[in-house]
Design a protein around this ligand. Structure first.
Ligand code: ATP
Ligand code: MG
Length: 183
């Protein structure tokens, strides 16, 4: 599955709606310091279900909402949508037959986050499992952040095993087993 489109509105520096097509192959993001390059990558992790605001350089989840500037008032919502192409039909169930999968996350001040997959409201867990089954996701080895390579080298064996399980796309099975055991 390839990412084909990223849409943002009200997320950090992206106060106005931005609709960014993601072409096949390598994509580079260039711009001066502070223009929002890292924010864009954080938006990608956020829509995939990132639950740690610290890893988004924020001091609370609502910090991802545009906080206002000297010329513009703050926003009350932030929304990010990510479109995945499923021409390969390799999307995990129950999305295997969908041509495209659109995952969106919206946060409103005081109300928390709401997730949708192809327009249907879902839980954070559904979004996290979708990406875990596809061997991607906010914490997966497919997102290589600064310092991550050193972290993997220095990881304890059990931590390294978790990374390998995420790469193999079986991390979601552990979560399902934990949940089944709690029932
Ligand atoms: P560098 O080249 O230095 O790595 P960058 O392009 O990666 O820069 P970012 O770190 O993505 O830049 O953007 C930082 C900017 O985002 C800062 O100016 C910060 O004030 C702004 N910012 C972060 N959160 C918000 C928010 N909630 N509302 C408005 N602006 C925000
Ligand atoms: Mg940066």
């Amino acid at each position: 599955m390839n990412f084909t489109r990223l849409r943002l509105a009200g997320f950090k520096t992206f106060v106005d709606p931005v609709d960014a097509p993601i072409e096949p192959g390598l994509t580079g993001i260039v711009g001066p310091n502070g223009c929002g390059k890292s924010n864009l990558v954080e938006a990608l992790r956020w829509v995939m279900g990132e639950s740690s605001f610290k890893s988004l350089r924020a001091s609370g989840m609502e910090d991802v909402i545009f906080a206002g500037s000297s010329s513009r008032p703050a926003r009350n919502h932030a929304e990010v949508s990510l479109t995945l192409d499923n021409a390969s039909g390799r999307a995990p169930a129950p999305y295997e037959a969908a041509a495209e999968i659109e995952v969106s996350r919206k946060i409103s001040r005081g109300l928390g986050s709401a997730y949708r997959i192809n327009g249907r409201e879902v839980r954070a867990r559904d979004v996290q499992l979708l990406f875990a089954d596809a061997s991607s996701g906010a914490r997966s080895p497919s997102m290589v952040g600064q310092g991550r390579v050193g972290e993997i080298i220095n990881a304890r064996p059990d931590q390294r095993r978790r990374i390998l399980e995420e790469a193999a796309g079986i991390a979601g099975l552990h979560q399902r087993r934990r949940e089944a055991e709690q029932r």
